[in-house]
Design a protein around this ligand. Structure first.
Ligand SMILES: [Zn+2]
Length: 443
């Protein structure tokens, strides 16, 4: 594909933070040239983006596609109740088809709201079917089956033996890691320390080093969770992960709300990546992460929507707005300004997945992962004299995303998804959740 996008306002997110009016030339999956009035002979397609805004595609570093069909099934509960009463029984009821359609429902929403890369955590079984959906949809993803070889009140189908958990993870890794020229990557996904034996976590540490793949887990989201870890290991959560050798730049930790000084130091000094999920943290009443402090200490910080049943959206515009606004009452109006938050949503996410040289900004030689926004609406005007990034973070919504391009492929154009059949996915999402609720004896 030889694609020319003309006359756009391009928010590059390069090191200089350049914003320009010009053209973008994409060949296959790569941005070949950026500039005014590019001369391109016989492009396959021209998109006239006059008056539109092109941004780097969003990178969400904490998502559970397998939970998308549980949207609305876990409202108004705190974390451990939410898991034990609603989420684990539903995950245990999943089958191959329900995993596939749950993933497609989530990816449809992500693409429509301008997200082009995700870090996804699946459930114990049928992860193959999430990878199939990821492969077909065209989204860029790091994903992995969840690992959980211990824990109270875990439904029988989710209880797995350490050896099986590891063997199945490695089988999936060998099949899917670097699929489609590296668009898909594997990430080991131990659920959280509460669900994992020391043996499992040590093995994950060894394997992530051996295969050079990321580890994606939850940490210090909830005070009850921290108490359990402290009782069982005699250590704080992050101290324990460090003790096992897991605290390094291959680790992505979702949440990190309740950290003491030693844990903050470990995260900073070891180059651990924090995925901040403000929507989920508020809805589960978990708390508010100290992101202004993390920014001042140059911690690698990015954003994620978490799962649909604890948010209940997978929309980066929501997460950006929340990430900015929730800090201001405590830390003042200049905390988490629009530029800081937009960086977290784009190049910050790219850094978290070790791909800052390939994605996260619009620069020559990088992958063509981007979204075209139409900000010509009442709610985004006036444009005159307004910082374009302020318009995107504080005023724009997901409905303003017109076109999404991932790996050079147009996956949505003028609001129409090209790789996902919306009516089939919506229909099957209802069929699947109905079946799962019956199987879990929840309805
Ligand atoms: Zn999560």
């Amino acid at each position: 594909m030889n694609l020319l996008i003309k006359n756009a306002e391009i928010v590059t997110m390069n090191k200089e933070g350049e914003i320009m009016i010009g053209d973008l030339h994409i060949v296959d999956d790569i941005i070949m040239n950026i500039g005014p009035n590019l001369e391109v002979s016989q492009p396959d397609k021209i998109i006239d983006a006059k008056g539109k805004t092109v941004i780097p595609g969003f990178v969400q570093t904490h998502i559970h596609l397998c939970q998308t069909i549980f949207r609305g099934q876990g409202d108004d509960l705190e974390l451990m109740d939410w898991l034990k009463k609603r989420i684990w029984p539903l995950e245990a009821a999943h089958d191959e088809e329900s995993i596939y359609y749950s993933a497609m429902l989530g990816i449809g929403e992500l693409i429509q709201s301008g997200t082009t890369t995700i870090v996804d955590m699946e459930t114990v079984h049928h992860t193959e079917y999430a990878f199939k959906a990821i492969a077909e949809s065209g989204i860029r993803a790091l994903s992995g089956k969840v690992m959980m070889d211990k824990g109270d009140e875990v439904p029988v189908p989710l209880q797995e033996k350490t050896e099986n958990s590891i063997r199945e993870s490695v089988d999936l890794l060998e099949k899917w890691h670097n699929y489609d020229n590296g668009r898909i990557k594997y990430a080991f996904s131990p659920r959280f320390v509460v669900s994992c034996t020391e043996k499992l976590l040590r093995e994950v540490q060894f394997l992530s080093e051996h295969y050079h793949v990321m580890v994606h887990t939850h940490a210090s989201e909830n005070l009850g969770e921290i108490d359990i870890v402290q009782k069982e290991t005699g250590m704080r959560n992050i101290v324990y992960l460090d003790h096992l050798g897991l605290a390094n730049p291959r680790l992505i930790l979702a949440h990190c709300i309740w950290l003491d000084d030693e844990e903050k130091k470990i995260i900073r000094e070891r180059g651990v990546h924090v995925s901040h999920c403000p929507g989920s943290n508020l809805k589960l009443a978990s708390g508010i992460a100290e992101t202004p402090y993390m920014i001042s200490e140059q911690v690698s910080l990015s954003l994620g929507a978490d799962g649909a049943p604890c948010n209940n959206n997978l929309d980066m515009f929501n997460e950006m707005r929340l990430a900015a606004l929730i800090q201001k009452p405590a830390h003042g109006p200049t905390a988490m300004d629009a530029h800081t938050v937009f960086k977290m949503a784009t190049i910050g996410g790219a850094k978290a997945v070790g791909m800052e040289n390939e994605i996260g900004s619009i620069e020559v030689g990088k992958k063509a992962d981007l979204a075209i926004l139409n900000l010509n609406h009442f709610h985004t005007y006036p444009s005159y004299g307004v910082d374009p990034i302020s318009r995107i973070v504080y005023s724009a919504t997901r409905a303003d995303v017109e076109t999404t391009i991932i790996n050079g492929e147009i996956v949505m154009e003028n609001g129409l998804l090209k790789t996902i059949n919306k009516s089939i996915v919506l229909h099957e999402a209802n069929n699947c959740i109905k079946r799962l609720l019956q199987r879990a004896k929840m309805k």
